[in-house]
Design a protein around this ligand. Structure first.
Ligand code: 5GP
Ligand code: ZN
Length: 118
């Protein structure tokens, strides 16, 4: 656990979250500010800052994050598909520095992949 990390505190139960899934490698919960009717976050239990820091040793965890995404999306109400987004670092506009996959969906298409820059 990284002591000052928001999502490490959520995994540890020190900060409440709407948990929807947990196994030996990953933890999933509802985003506090959902951008679509279904908006989940799937995170590694062990602190990883972003994809910029991962190594081959993290591959089981990275695979698990993706392999549970469909199961969780269907259960949360997005059986027709979903989008996975992972923001990384400053250029990727990552706000919380603990790796997390956004799983977004619902009963309508989620829209264009990126908002057009002004
Ligand atoms: P990022 O911009 O880093 O990819 O996304 C961070 C996400 O974390 C945002 O969608 C934001 O709403 C969510 N978030 C930030 N703080 C909390 C929190 O305390 N609890 C939950 N459930 N989500 C959070
Ligand atoms: Zn962390």
């Amino acid at each position: 656990m990284s002591t000052n990390c928001l999502f490490c505190k959520i995994v540890a139960g020190h900060i409440p979250s709407k948990k929807i899934y947990e196994d030996d490698l990953v933890y999933a919960f509802r985003d506090i500010n959902p951008q679509r009717p279904v908006h989940l976050l799937v995170i590694p239990k062990q602190h990883l800052t972003s994809l910029q820091q991962v190594s081959a040793a993290d591959e089981p965890t990275l695979g698990r994050i993706l392999s549970v995404a469909n199961q969780l999306a269907v259960e949360a109400g997005s059986p027709g598909g979903f989008r996975v987004i992972i923001n990384n670092g400053e250029i990727g506009c990552q706000e919380v520095p603990h790796l997390h996959a956004h799983v977004v969906g619902g009963d309508q298409p989620v829209g264009p992949m990126l908002k057009r820059l002004a």
